[in-house]
Ligand binder design. Structure first.
Ligand code: NAD
Length: 479
């Protein structure tokens, strides 16, 4: 199976005619080829986008909205094919791709199809000096969108939809590790009648075609989701060119559990926030802090639940954890687990690769729980981005706030308590872009999404995304 770039409305081979291997992580085998694109392909994509911009940016909001809604509908019509492709490419359970990834990719388009019809700007009148100021919100031009492998179509469309809705043309690059659904999206866009050149999807390596997007002199903004190190590199390249930057980066999110919480709900949700998508969600709660008085109870109840999780064939309905995304990632996760144990962590469950019947070469790993006594250990400081959580007890609110905030990251935090005063106090003090209280991954697309500190710069979602993808221009009239 060979996929192609989507440039100027057509599916085309890379100019070099060179291709990369694409792996099926549950089988541990190459199953397809993807374009190994270079600067020239990015230039072609840019030229197509630049040519499409005058018409697209001046088209009516209703027209853009209608096309985006058509794409959303086609994603739902093709849900089965897309979910299967996502599961095959990424290793995630098909059930998860069908229930979450693909429906959410469709919602991203339908949400911004509607949001753009409600987008407005400010005006300021000063009757004393007879002026009216109003703000134009104009599209930026050609923008770049770069996404990671963990929620491939979901995160790719989360950037593309607001960029297109607000009148920009896009050069986009999905992760080379999970390119398949982005290719299927290209086919959907053709079918939906998206004018040629408005969206261009180029496949290839980050250091080659990703970097070519970031360093392109005329690409006006970069919306990036991925690792903190890559984000740093992108910022270094793009900031001196004065590009607008939205960086959604890594996390080391605390999951804080007080004894006064709704225990059963907390236990169920904590299982998910630890291991959903094999723990490969930037919002997973990888550091679990439990109040001393319920620590031992939580430990035994949680392990009992973790033991029941099934690691297996992603296509089977009762599979809880599929394969990790790549062999390199599997090794990285395993190295972190060994290091945690070397540093004095106590392995409570997991810590081993799993050989799944019929998938002997697949990249499967046990859900893993490690008890730690210090927040300074590597496991509590660095992002593993796999099915590994740490457990640690705390004795007071002040102590746990300090622990929660003591990493370089600041993406999200979960808090389990029935005390409303404490919820408010802690929400104010937690250094995170998102705080969930008595819930996790509960997303309303209208809300700002993003992190602080090394978890990123800027916010996605709702009006924040539409503001990011537009340039405010103030016009002052004196009458
Ligand atoms: P990554 O940084 O390796 O790659 C992300 C994307 O950037 C890929 O498309 C890659 O090809 C591209 N890229 C790599 N080097 C580049 C360069 N020099 N210039 C331009 N593009 C380049 O990340 P990943 O391994 O794909 O994803 C995992 C990371 O993403 C984790 O750290 C995770 O926390 C983070 N993530 C963050 C969020 C969030 O919303 N904050 C969401 C999902 C994932």
């Amino acid at each position: 199976m060979k996929i192609e770039n989507y440039i100027n409305g057509e599916l085309v081979a890379p100019t070099s005619n060179s291709y990369l291997d694409n792996y099926n992580p549950s089988e541990g085998k190459v199953y397809g080829k993807i374009p190994n694109s270079n600067e020239l392909d990015i230039e072609n994509a840019y030229q197509a986008a630049e040519k499409a911009f005058p018409l697209w940016s001046t088209s009516s909001v209703e027209f853009r909205s209608k096309i985006l809604q058509r794409i959303a509908d086609l994603i739902i019509e093709n849900l089965e094919e897309l979910a299967l492709a996502e599961s095959k490419d990424n290793g995630k359970p098909l059930s998860l791709a069908s229930a979450v990834d693909i429906p959410r990719a469709s919602s991203n388009f339908s949400f911004f199809a509607k949001a753009i019809t409600q987008f407005s700007s400010e005006s300021h009148e000063n009757t004393a000096i007879h002026t009216v100021n109003f703000t134009l919100r104009q599209p930026l031009g050609v923008v770049g969108c770069i996404s990671p492998w963990n929620l491939p179509l979901y995160l790719f469309t989360w950037k593309i939809a607001p960029a297109l809705a607000s009148g920009n043309c896009v050069v986009a690059k999905p992760s080379e590790v999970t390119p398949y659904t982005a290719y299927l999206l290209a086919k959907i866009c053709i079918k939906a009648g998206l004018p040629k050149g408005v969206l261009n999807i180029v496949h290839g390596l980050g250091a080659a075609c990703g970097n070519a997007i970031v360093s392109h002199p005329n690409i006006k903004a970069i919306s990036f989701t991925g690792g903190t190190k890559t984000g740093e590199h992108i910022a270094k390249t793009a900031a001196p060119m004065f590009k607008k930057l939205s960086l959604e980066l890594g996390g080391k999110n605390p999951n804080i559990i007080f004894s006064d919480c709704n225990y059963e709900k907390m236990l169920q949700v904590t299982l998910k926030s630890s291991f959903a998508n094999q723990g490969q969600i930037c919002l997973c709660g990888s550091r679990i802090f439990v109040e001393e008085s319920i620590y031992e109870k939580f430990k035994s109840d949680f392990i009992a639940k973790v033991e029941q999780l099934k690691v297996g064939n992603p296509l089977e309905k009762n599979t809880d954890l599929g394969a990790l995304v790549s062999k390199e990632h599997l090794e990285k996760v395993d190295t972190y687990v060994k290091k945690a144990i070397n540093e004095g962590g106590v392995l409570l469950y997991g810590g081993k690769k799993v050989e799944v019947n019929g998938f002997s070469q697949g990249y499967f790993y046990q859900p893993t729980v490690i008890e730690v006594v210090s927040n300074e250990c590597t496991l509590n400081q660095e992002e593993v981005f796999g099915p590994v959580v740490s457990l640690m007890k705390f004795s007071s609110e002040d102590e746990v706030i300090q622990l929660a905030n003591a990493t370089k990251y600041g993406l999200s935090a979960s808090l389990w308590t029935s005390n409303i005063d404490r919820s408010m106090r802690m929400s104010q003090q937690l250094k995170a872009g998102i705080v969930w209280i008595n819930t996790w991954l509960n997303r309303d697309l209208r809300t700002p999404f993003g992190g602080t500190k090394s978890s990123g710069v800027g916010r996605e979602g709702g009006l924040e995304a539409l503001r990011f993808f537009t340039e405010p221009k103030n016009v002052c009239i004196q009458y």
